[in-house]
Design a protein around this ligand. Sequence first.
Ligand SMILES: Cc1cc2nc3c(=O)[nH]c(=O)nc-3n(C[C@H](O)[C@H](O)[C@H](O)COP(=O)(O)OP(=O)(O)OC[C@H]3O[C@@H](n4cnc5c(N)ncnc54)[C@H](O)[C@@H]3O)c2cc1C
Length: 349
Amino acid sequence: MKELPYKLRAKIVAKRSEYLFERLHTHLLEHDVDARLSGDRLFVDLPAVSGTLRLMDGGIEVQIAAADLESLYFAKVWLQDAVAEERASGTIRIVWSEDCLQRHLPPSFSVLTVDDIVDITPRMRRIRFRTADARSFETLDDMHLRILFNFQKLADEHASRGSRLGSSPLDLSPIWRAYTVRFVEPENHIIAVDFVLHSAEGPGSRWAAGARRGDVVGAAGPSGGGCGDAAWYLLAGDETALPAISRILESLDERATATVVIEVGSPTDTIAFTSPAAVETRWLYREDHDGDCRGLARTIASMELPDASRKRFVWMASESKTAKAVRATLRDRGFTKEEQSVAAYWHAT
Ligand SMILES: Cc1cc2nc3c(=O)[nH]c(=O)nc-3n(C[C@H](O)[C@H](O)[C@H](O)COP(=O)(O)OP(=O)(O)OC[C@H]3O[C@@H](n4cnc5c(N)ncnc54)[C@H](O)[C@@H]3O)c2cc1C
């Protein structure tokens, strides 16, 4: 395990510990986390977080170390969410023996208040939020934020106990999801997020569908990286990638060229892009192939891509299986890690 300054240590007490160990391994792989299995141990090594899970009698020993408190907080949230998903398979308890967090909110926490709501397509809702610190979200190197959807419930629960927000653990677990900052108006203290209103009913999509002016959510960030610098770009993804692709296109140099390939449900889900660069856009519709979302991966696999003599970059985000297939295509075509950012933005269940 890497030597990182901020640490957590816990034991997950579970009767079916072997089953839980396997499930946590699968969970990590599904979230694109490269987890290495060696005997009774699982090792995770990310740039800002490293961790070990050790299978033992009656449970799993967990050690997590992080470069900063924000990364440690979200590693802890990840573990709690993954364990909570397995509760149906028996009684499971996490007992923390070392926890240097001493807080129940991330260091970058802020509150967002709904200012304005506009539907930009039948399935995409733009919500402008008022925030005290819009300027901190302006960076293109970190285009993302996390939204805490049950913030109001957590605040109410703290109020009913007379405790300060974030000062103590609650019965309710925080519900965080990742989104993209579509644009920032620092002078108006506004950030905008485009929410896909998907039909599978998650807390994020449900919240956006019912949002009203004045509603509040929590936020953490910015985080998550941006796009590389190149002369030729392939920007690809599904609806969830549209906010990031729009933002990247607006930021490109006028000498750059970009090919944009996006898969959406039907022609009513398309949007217009603006960019100083020369852009060629291709829309794919799931309704044309019975709702199958692998058309995107197949299209990219059949595309002619420039060779490494050209400064090239592929930015792509989509459902996890499609992202995995695109990574394989890029590996076969000799794209290096520095020439790509391919992310799993959601997981089909
Ligand atoms: C860095 C990053 C940036 C992102 N930016 C955006 C963004 O700007 N806008 C945006 O809308 N999303 C964005 N996403 C994707 C978003 O976080 C996921 O779609 C998330 O799962 C939505 O949470 P939920 O609570 O609605 O659904 P969850 O509770 O996570 O899932 C509930 C069910 O919904 C299904 N589901 C989840 N997302 C979708 C979807 N898009 N289409 C169909 N079914 C789905 C799941 O398979 C599951 O069955 C981003 C993700 C990442 C990692």
